[in-house]
Design a protein around this ligand. Sequence first.
Ligand code: ADP
Ligand code: SF4
Ligand code: MG
Length: 371
Amino acid sequence: MSVPATGGAPTAVAEPILQVRGLVKHYPLTQGILFRKQVGAVKAVDGVDFDLGAGETLGIVGESGCGKSTVAKMLVNLERPTAGEIRYKGEDIAKLSSRALKAVRRNIQMVFQDPYTSLNPRMTVGDIIGEPYEIHPEVAPKGDRRKRVQDLLDVVGLNPEYINRYPHQFSGGQRQRIGIARGLALRPEIIVADEPVSALDVSVQAQVVNLMDRLQSEFGLSYVFIAHDLSIVRHISDRVGVMYLGRIVETGRDAEIYDHPTHPYTQALLSAVPVPDPEAREHRERIILSGDVPSPANIPSGCRFRTRCWKAQERCALEVPLLAVPAAFRYEGGPAAHPSACHFAEEKQVVPPEEKRDLPSGEAPQEPPKS
Ligand SMILES: Nc1ncnc2c1ncn2[C@@H]1O[C@H](COP(=O)(O)OP(=O)(O)O)[C@@H](O)[C@H]1O
Ligand code: SF4
Ligand SMILES: [Mg+2]
C-alpha cells in the first residue's frame, strides 16, 4: 500500500485478485440555497493503495470516521470513487461495460456491520438470502432457489428449516450468519466485510469470526475484513492496513504490525487492545492520544496524525510522510522493515507477546430461534 501521488509500491502479493490504486472519495461541501457553491470537501478517503491476494485476508483497522466504510462501499460499487482505480483481476472496474461490471459485482459481495438494520424485517430469511438471485438469475434457476437457500443456511450453521422465519426471531449472531449466507449466495470470490462483528457480544464475535475463517477455506474466498478492534483483525488477517483520516499509515503482515509496529498511531491503537490478565495489564504502557480526530474536511498539513502525535516535530507539519519502508529499517530487513508513513518511525513493542488475546476456538452449536 502506498500514497498515490508520491509513489511507493504496495507490499508484494503473489497473485492479486484486487488492486487498489490512489483511491479517493471526496464529498463536496456546498453553501447557498439557490446558487450552490462548493466551499470545500469531506476527504473521507484520500489516497489508498492496497493489493488483495487470492485466498488471503486483508484487515483494515482504524477509529470511527477514518474512511473504512467508504472504502468498502467503493469496492462493491455502492459509491463511485472521486479518483483512483479498483482493478479486479487486472481490469479497472470503472472502465468496464455494464455487462462486464455486473459479473464483477457478482464476484465482490459485502457483509454489513449491523445485523439488526441490514436485514429487511418484513422479508423471510429465505427471501433475504435468495434476493441476490433476482438480480443474477443465471446463478440459480427459480426451481433451485429454495434448496440453494437451505444449503446456505446449513453452511453458516443455521437450521435449514428456519427458512420461513423472520429476522426478529433470531439472535444478533444468528442474524449475522444470515447476512453472511446472503453474501455467499452468488458464490463470490471476494467478501468485503465491514465491521461484521462490531455490533455483537464478545463471545458471539468469536463464533462469527471462526465461521468466516472456515468459509474462507471451504470456498477459497478472499476477504477485506474491516474492524476497529485490532484483536479481532489479528485473528483472521494475513496482512493488516492501519487507517487514519482517509489514508493507510502502516501496513504489513500481521506479526509485523502487532509485534513490531513503527507508526505512533498503530502503537497507540495497540496499547488500547484489551489485556485480560490484570497483572500484565498493570505493566502495560497505555498511550493516551491527546485531542480529537481532526475533521476530514480540514486535514492537517504534513503528517495528518501530527495534531495527536506525542513525537511530532517541525518537519511533521511541513512534509507529508510517505508510506514506505522507513530508511532506518530498509537495509537491515527484519519484521520492522514494513511500510510506515512516519518521518521518525521507531520500533516499539506495545503488547507483550504472551498477552495477545486469543479467541476461543470452534463455533457454537445452534441456538434455537426465539419464537
Ligand atoms: N455521504 C457522505 N457525505 C458526506 N460525508 C460523508 C458521507 N459518508 C461518509 N462521510 C464522512 O466521511 C468520513 C468517513 O466515513 P466512514 O467511511 O463511514 O468512516 P468509518 O467507516 O471508518 O467510520 C466521516 O467523516 C463521515 O462523516
Ligand atoms: S511523521 Fe511526525 S507527526 Fe507523523 S507520526 Fe511520525 S512523528 Fe508523528
Ligand atoms: Mg464504518
